[in-house]
Write a protein that binds this ligand. Structure first.
Ligand SMILES: [Zn+2]
Length: 399
């Protein structure tokens, strides 16, 4: 279903979400907003406030949130897409649409490395990256924004290659270490060239994920100096605690925690980041599809894990999956702020959770129930087919 979703509203549109019970901002400095109404015009947030203070006249779509919780759509900082909504890794179709049902509205590719017959020669690497960038720019499975086209560096690439990739629209590097370049010095040079032309980078951290991949330790991670320390909690095999601490303390780059990683190492990284006063660096991904499968609720599960066992307020844990990632990766979504993309997830406490409200339920380790997702101001899904049922759900009262 929902394979040819429009990127945005067809004509002028005005979305009003009223009667919001709790508004999560995505901003770790102020995770809860004092507002009950959101307005979005032509796919962008245009007002946030109390109902009496915002202009909701002329709405084309009105949603009664029915006292539920609205948050920015979740961002998965680490996925491995291949072609449309198909993954050969676990031979599944519709996995991205399943993630949308888990509240994910934006995904970042860490490399299209599962492509059968993936080219390793430089012209082939560049061609595949440009193809993936174009294909996912043109096509949004279920409406989800997939930022793809993330080449994995190979020996022999020159500055000219990165310049050419950037000029063609490539904005990401796939995980350093998944290709033929494994050493710190070469990685550092290529990452610097990429950065010079506006291409963001990430690295595979920890032991090999599948036969054929390799170990990347703290020394290589720090020398390579990628923008994001990809799965610092391993994918799945984590580095020893001492090396994780060394990475946290040895750089100011993003600390990415993934579902397809070591949970204890994720909690350890979180503790170190908190001690350092650096929770802004923490971002979340799934690393799906992977050997451990496809996890439609992976980001919600990470939020719940880190909040319940990592002693972080639930509203703060949601920032790891929204505003932190948006800022680090210069995305126009992820925060409830005028001018940002109108990408939302509407949730409530799951039915029969022991928590007294949604935040309490997440602190107790439960997952919230999703009642609706919205991307670019358009309703994409209603009651999730994948989460436990939400106690209350929003209702479309107009449009
Ligand atoms: Zn990896």
């Amino acid at each position: 279903m929902a394979h040819d979703q429009p990127a945005g509203p067809a004509g002028p549109s005005k979305l009003v979400i009223r009667n919001i019970g709790l508004l999560l901002s995505g901003d770790i400095d102020k995770p809860i907003l004092d507002a009950d109404t959101l307005v979005a015009e032509n796919g962008r947030i245009s007002a946030v406030g109390r109902a009496k203070d915002v202009d909701s006249e002329g709405a084309t779509t009105v949603i009664d949130a029915n006292g539920t919780t609205v948050a920015p759509g979740l961002i998965d900082s680490h996925v491995h897409p291949v072609a449309g909504d198909w993954t050969p890794r676990q031979n599944q179709i519709g996995w991205i649409d399943s993630f949308l049902n888990g509240g994910v509205t934006t995904m970042i590719s860490a490399g299209e490395v599962h492509m059968p017959g993936r080219p390793r020669d430089i012209v082939g690497v560049k061609a595949m990256a440009i193809f993936a960038q174009r294909a996912f720019d043109n096509f949004r499975p279920g409406g989800v924004k997939v930022h793809a086209g993330a080449p994995v560096i190979e020996p022999g690439m020159t500055e000219e290659d990165f310049k050419e990739l950037a000029a063609a629209g490539v904005k990401l590097l796939g995980e350093v270490g998944l290709g033929g370049v494994k050493d710190g010095a070469t990685s550092r040079q290529m990452v610097a060239w990429a950065r010079k032309y506006g291409i963001q980078s990430t690295i595979h951290t920890g032991g090999p994920s599948i036969p054929g991949s390799g170990l990347i330790g703290a020394d290589v991670v720090l020398e390579a100096d990628t923008d994001v320390v990809g799965h610092i909690n391993g994918g799945h095999t984590a580095l020893p605690d001492g090396e994780i601490r060394c990475i946290c303390e040895g750089c100011k780059r993003g600390l990415e925690l993934v579902h397809n990683g070591n949970e204890r190492a994720a909690l350890y990284t979180l503790r170190v980041a908190r001690e350092m006063g650096d929770l802004k660096r923490v971002i979340l991904g799934t690393d799906a599809p992977a050997g451990s499968g496809v996890q439609p609720l992976g980001i919600l599960r990470m939020v719940s894990l880190l909040s319940s066992l990592g002693d972080v307020a639930a509203e703060t844990a949601f920032c790891f999956a929204t505003g932190n990632t948006a800022r680090m990766r210069a995305l126009d979504c992820g925060l409830i702020e005028v001018g940002r993309a109108a990408d939302f997830v509407i949730m409530d406490k799951a039915q029969h959770s022991a928590g007294k409200d949604i935040l309490d339920s997440v602190r107790l380790g439960d997952l919230p129930g999703i009642g609706m997702t919205i991307i670019d101001g358009i309703v994409r899904t209603q009651r999730s087919r994948n989460t436990p049922p939400a106690t209350k759900v929003p209702e479309i009262v107009k449009g």
